[in-house]
Ligand binder design. Sequence first.
Ligand code: SF4
Length: 150
Amino acid sequence: MGLIEASRLKSPWILHYDTGSCNGCDIEILACLTPLYDIERFGMVNMGNPKHADVLVCTGALNKRSARVLKNLYEQIPDPKLVMVVGTCAISGGVFHNCYNVAGGADKVIPVDVYVPGCAARPEAIIDGVVKALGRLAELQEVARGKKSA
Ligand code: SF4
C-alpha cells in the first residue's frame, strides 16, 4: 500500500450533505464529533469541498429538488469514494416516504456502500458505519490497484 492510500485510510475526509432531514440525524453526526464519541480518532474530518472528500455522508429523505445536487456532489468526489447514508430517511425516505416531494432514499440517484439505520441513527451506529466504510475503502483501493475484482 502506497503512502497516499495509507493516508486516505488513516484520515478519510467526509462531506456531509442533508437531502431533507428533520435535523435529528445531523445532530447525532455532530454528537460523534464531541469528546464522548470522538469520531476524529479515526482521522475523520468534516470537509466543505467535495473535491477533497473521500466519503459522502448523506442524511434525510431525498427530496426531488436535492436529488440533482446530491448526484452533482457525488460526481465531484475523486475515486475511490464511498457513500454512507445515515438514518432511516436517507435509506428509504423513512417517515417522509409518502410525501409528494420525496423520491425515497439516496440510493435512488447514487450508489450507496454503507447503510446506518435508526431514527435518529445513534452515534454508536454511526461509528460502526464509519468502521465498515473504512473496510470498504481499503477494498476499493485494492480494486483500484488491480489486486481484486469489484
Ligand atoms: S431518520 Fe428520523 S431523525 Fe433522521 S432525519 Fe429521518 S426523521 Fe429525522
